[in-house]
Design a protein around this ligand. Structure first.
Ligand code: ATP
Length: 349
């Protein structure tokens, strides 16, 4: 049982703020993903929880105990990094066994534990190979097995899939999800890949420039992004964001007219998701503009037009065909629109 509390956790180097006033209650057994672009403070947050970096201010509590002054080895966390961190001169068996030796777990238990952990990540046939004789995916599985060979209070995973090719990433992602469900250990997972975050997380923390932008379930964050940064970061494609103005209850931008905003006025950013819009085959949609590009995705066709000063994507049926510069209209009713403040980017409705 190990919940984690971050209370005003801040990391500065001189004037530079790497992480600012991070407050969060992470529940016991929760799978929490820290998501954000490079340099937003994800790894620093993780390293502070692990004890590899001291916070400048704030408290870190694991399982009810303030751990700020505890060494990494006394925090009972297991870490998995993108660089695997395996010992090249030890075979797979010894690599997985290593944490048991360090923690002075009775020798009699080692063999069974190593075999159980290696079976969980399907490495049984590789136990006597050295890391150099393994593929990237197999090495990452050794690193996972080494983390799960004893049951720590917390798993910390820093971009564990980033060195794997696309196919292996998907299968290892599924394996991590499955393992975390089976082991029921609180997990904090760092990634800049929003798909990884959406598929793995119980809750996602979206960060930008050291500041938490939103905390929520993947569905919350997808359906109700707190600001234009989150809206533009989550989803593939990300939400369309058009700058314009509401006059007399209608949102206006180049090539766009969306009525239905009776109680609002002034400059705003209007967002909608490509899959919520529809092609207006009769040519009378709220968006009307020439086609900029058409991409065949297999299950659908993505049409892009320039509207509201930006490129806007609309998901069409898989057999929909058009040509570049052909007239195009899309149905984008008020109901599918998200409105954001033009200055701050904060969600209005
Ligand atoms: P990435 O996805 O690239 O790993 P990240 O979100 O994990 O990025 P961090 O590694 O946490 O980002 O870094 C956050 C910011 O703090 C970055 O701008 C980084 O340059 C800065 N930073 C990290 N370590 C130090 C340090 N020791 N001294 C000064 N600045 C640092």
């Amino acid at each position: 049982m190990a919940g984690i509390q971050l209370k005003g956790v801040t990391k500065r180097w001189g004037d530079f703020v790497g992480v600012q006033e991070f407050d969060l209650d992470i529940e016991d057994r929760e799978f929490l993903v820290l998501l954000g672009p490079s340099g937003c403070g994800k790894t620093t947050t993780m390293r502070m929880i692990a004890g590899l970096e001291d916070p400048t201010s704030g408290d870190i509590v694991i399982d009810g105990n303030r751990v700020n002054d505890l060494d990494p080895k006394d925090r009972d966390v297991a870490m998995v990094f993108q660089s695997y961190g395996l010992y090249p001169n030890m075979d797979v068996y010894e690599n997985i066994r290593f944490p048991l030796k360090v923690r002075k777990i009775p020798e009699a238990e080692h063999d069974e534990r190593v075999r159980r952990a290696s079976a969980m990540v399907e490495l049984d046939d590789f136990l006597h190979r050295k890391p150099a004789a393994l593929s990237g995916g197999q090495r990452q599985r050794v690193a996972l097995a080494r983390a799960i060979v004893r049951t720590p209070k917390v798993f910390l995973m820093d971009e564990p899939l980033s060195n794997l090719d696309a196919k292996l990433r998907v299968s290892t992602r599924a394996q991590i999800k499955n393992l975390s469900h089976e082991l029921q250990v609180t997990t904090i997972y760092v990634t800049h890949d929003q798909i990884e975050a959406m598929t793995l997380a119980d809750r996602v923390v979206v960060m930008k420039a050291g500041i938490v932008q939103q905390v929520g379930t993947p569905t919350d964050i997808y359906d109700n992004p707190a600001n234009t940064f989150v809206a533009g970061f989550i989803g593939s494609p990300a939400m369309n964001l058009m700058e314009g103005e509401i006059v007399d209850g209608t949102f206006h931008a180049t090539g766009v007219e969306i009525p239905g905003f009776a109680d609002m006025k002034g400059p705003v950013v209007c967002g909608f998701r490509a899959e919520d819009a529809a092609v207006a085959l009769d040519g009378t949609g709220q968006i009307a503009a020439p086609v900029y590009s058409m991409e065949l995705l297999g299950d659908s066709t993505m049409v892009t037009v320039r509207a509201g000063g930006t490129l806007v994507a609309v998901k069409a049926a898989k057999d929909f065909r058009t040509t570049i510069k052909a007239p195009f209209a899309a149905s984008v009713p008020r109901e599918i629109c998200h409105l954001f403040d033009a200055k701050t980017g904060a969600r209005i409705s």
